[in-house]
Design a protein around this ligand. Structure first.
Ligand SMILES: Nc1ncnc2c1ncn2[C@@H]1O[C@H](COP(=O)(O)OP(=O)(O)OP(=O)(O)O)[C@@H](O)[C@H]1O
Length: 466
């Protein structure tokens, strides 16, 4: 009966607690009945978890027991050890008291050893703390992320391989670093359901380490992290300036690498550029494979929108997808946000999804953008970038050093504003609309043929839209 009570309690705790907390502290617990049902023993894999659960969750667990149990509430005991050692008959083979650690049999991400806990219910359902919707299958590849995705696939297939360890994915916000990192973890678990894969944000690592130091459980802390098959740490830029955490992480990192356990890291920039990060860590991070992730190009943005719409079972016409992708270019998270607004609008109004509906759904966003990107602004930015005068852009001068930036500024004006070709021509010293059209075609051709021009164009786009 009491084990059942624990199962019901777990369902409630899973609802109440942030999923990382639940995965880290509650899921490793195994319940066993003792004293003919009068006592419920919760076994934790190590002392660290026992102390933590006692401090943070025991009171709530007791309250839930009182609430969920009709009859007498069993007493609750926390111990280090495995549930199978606590069966009521024969008399408990002296499961280790809290202070004397028994063998560690389960950890977050690991399947429980106890046959009783293997069956059904929330315990069996979730054995790791990965986001199961971040998969390779729903990651859309394009020029900007293909290398990173390929590296991640390699790691998923051969975790711990020298040369791919650590895998470091770096780049701006919302570009799919976390998605790929979880995709590797999910793929590892698919291949080996017993793999111990733990994901955590670097701030969480720091917070846990500080608590472990305060509670004098740093050895358990170390043992736990060093027992993993794969450690996934997000946003390592947060280690900057936290010397003691860097020190501990450095040792954990080395221990895992030495044992061939996989490490995957993400960072918002190339680690060498992070101030406040120790040189030895910076150099360690670069030992394996470092892959940049860039903002996706137009075609990839369209493909991502189409994929996400399909997942939401919404038919997104190409022109509507292009319309969104042309306007939202900074990152995928914003792209997703815009699409969600469009989908909500479709569902709310019941109207057909077309460009007009997209304009209506994203009205505020587009208005903000229109205000931000004006032809004036584009001219100023382009002139600054190429170190020429704005007056040159508007003048009749045809020398290459002026004509090329002018064409680029015109193409950007067409792409970033809603002005017509004649309006753009007017803004560039009263030129004809065919000149603007020619400029747009020329720039497209130049971008395809020259990486330098493509880079210039992307740099300008970024500085105008971010
Ligand atoms: N190529 C892609 N295909 C499909 N979805 C993507 C892709 N890139 C990003 N996403 C989605 O965009 C959202 C943001 O991605 P993610 O959280 O992985 O970004 P991030 O680079 O880790 O950003 P941050 O540094 O802000 O955490 C997620 O919902 C993710 O699924």
């Amino acid at each position: 009966m009491s084990v059942e009570l624990w199962q019901r309690c777990l369902v409630r705790l899973e609802d109440e607690l942030p999923s990382q907390q639940y995965t880290m502290w509650i899921r490793p617990l195994q319940a066993a009945v003792a004293q003919e049902g009068a006592e419920l023993v919760l076994f934790a894999p190590n002392r660290f978890i026992v102390d933590w659960v006692r401090d943070k969750y025991l009171e709530r667990i007791s309250e839930l027991f009182a609430e969920l149990q009709d009859g007498p509430v069993p007493t609750l005991t926390l111990r280090v050890g495995a549930a199978r050692a606590a069966t009521p008959t024969p008399a408990p083979a002296a499961p280790a008291p809290v202070a004397t650690a028994a063998p560690v049999v389960a950890a977050p991400g690991q399947q429980f050893a106890s046959p009783a806990a293997k069956e059904t219910g929330p315990v069996a359902k979730h054995r790791h703390n990965l986001n199961t919707s971040f998969l390779f299958e729903n990651f859309v590849e394009g020029k900007s992320n293909r290398m990173a995705a390929a590296a991640a696939q390699q790691v998923a297939e051969n975790p711990g391989t020298h040369g791919y360890n650590p895998l470091l994915l770096y780049g701006g916000v919302g570009l799919g670093k976390t998605h790929l990192m979880h995709a590797v973890g999910n793929s590892m678990l698919k291949r080996n359901p017993n793999a111990k894969v733990v994901y955590l944000h670097s701030e969480r690592f720091v917070a846990d380490m500080i608590s472990a130091l305060r509670n004098k459980t740093i050895n358990e802390f170390k043992r736990f992290y060093r027992s993993l098959d794969a450690l996934l740490i997000d946003d390592i830029q947060f280690f900057a300036g936290k010397e003691q955490s860097q020190e501990e992480f450095f040792h954990t990192f080395n221990a895992l690498l030495e044992n061939g356990q996989q490490i995957i890291l993400t960072c918002d920039k190339f680690p060498k550029e992070i101030d406040g990060l120790e040189e030895r860590l910076k150099s360690r991070f670069g030992w394996g494979l470092s892959q940049p992730m860039e903002p996706p190009d137009l075609e990839t943005r369209v493909a991502i929108l189409k994929k996400k719409a399909e997942e939401s079972r919404i038919e997104l016409p190409n022109d509507a997808a292009f319309f969104i992708a042309q306007r939202i270019r900074s990152n995928v998270r914003e792209l997703e946000g815009a699409l969600k607004r469009v989908i909500a609008h479709v569902r709310f109004t019941g109207a057909a999804l077309d460009v007009a509906l997209v304009k209506e759904a994203l009205r505020d966003l587009l208005a903000i953008q229109a205000r931000q990107v004006s032809v004036d602004n584009i001219q100023r930015t382009v002139a600054e970038y190429y170190k020429i005068k704005i007056a040159d852009l508007l003048s009749p001068r045809r020398s290459r050093s002026v004509a090329r930036p002018r064409q680029i500024a015109m193409a950007l004006s067409k792409e970033l504003t809603s002005h017509s070709l004649p309006e753009i021509g007017d803004a560039f010293g009263g030129r004809d609309h065919t000149t603007v059209l020619h400029a747009c075609r020329k720039v497209k051709e130049l971008r395809e043929g020259s990486t330098e021009i493509e880079e210039d164009y992307q740099n300008l786009l970024r500085s105008l839209t971010s």
